[in-house]
Design a protein around this ligand. Sequence first.
Ligand code: SF4
Length: 254
Amino acid sequence: MVGVTSVNPGAELDTAPRLLAAVELARAAAVELAGADSVGQHEEALAEEAHAATHFFAAHQPGYRGWRWAVTLADGGADDPVTVSETVLLPGPDALVAPVWVPWQERVRAGDLGVGDLLPSAPDDERLVPNYLASDDPAVEDVTRETGLGRPKVLSRTGREDAADRWLEGEHGPRTDMARAAPGSCAGCGFYLPLAGSLRVAFGVCANEFAPADGAVVHAEYGCGAHSDVESDNGPLATVGELVYDDGVELETR
Ligand code: SF4
């Protein structure tokens, strides 16, 4: 007896009733594959099309909670016998399944790259654009390298904007506590090395070995207490009163 019968969207509605009713044939196929102890109650019969239907049975498989044995039956017409097309184990609506697979390129995060690791950029990486077309003339290639055209790819506008947004909001941006408390900004600091290209208007590298940002990209409006204009004050920390000598006291001598 068929428990629940449903129809695939788009399936012809005149699926042979004998396919939907052939529960025991389907069960026998599942038992033959998995063993009687692994095949539970009949849960559903799904009309696939006019000459195909799939029966689902609860699967009693350790580690496969909510999975079902799916047995697809078919016939070639009213005069042909019903046959078993395939028997497979499939996840049911409440099955415990693995998370959706995520390609490694989408799982990599900043900081994941270790020593010796390789991280190729995707062919359609929107952060990069072609720089020049390589020539097959060695003389031309020599000149291109001398003039700085030797890189096949350079940052695209998207790549530059992404980097600028990251650095602006990063730990060396103008809105950090360090920047707010600084006596001056990097733009006016002697240790500030502006970047090349369009990013030089807002970013540079700190070259002060005593600054926390030494060797890092800093925003022009970032700053720290190691600013080159900071001058040391060698005076006393507290006002020292005039020294007073009391020569009216005689020291006892023995
Ligand atoms: S020393 Fe401080 S103010 Fe100067 S460039 Fe480095 S971070 Fe900026």
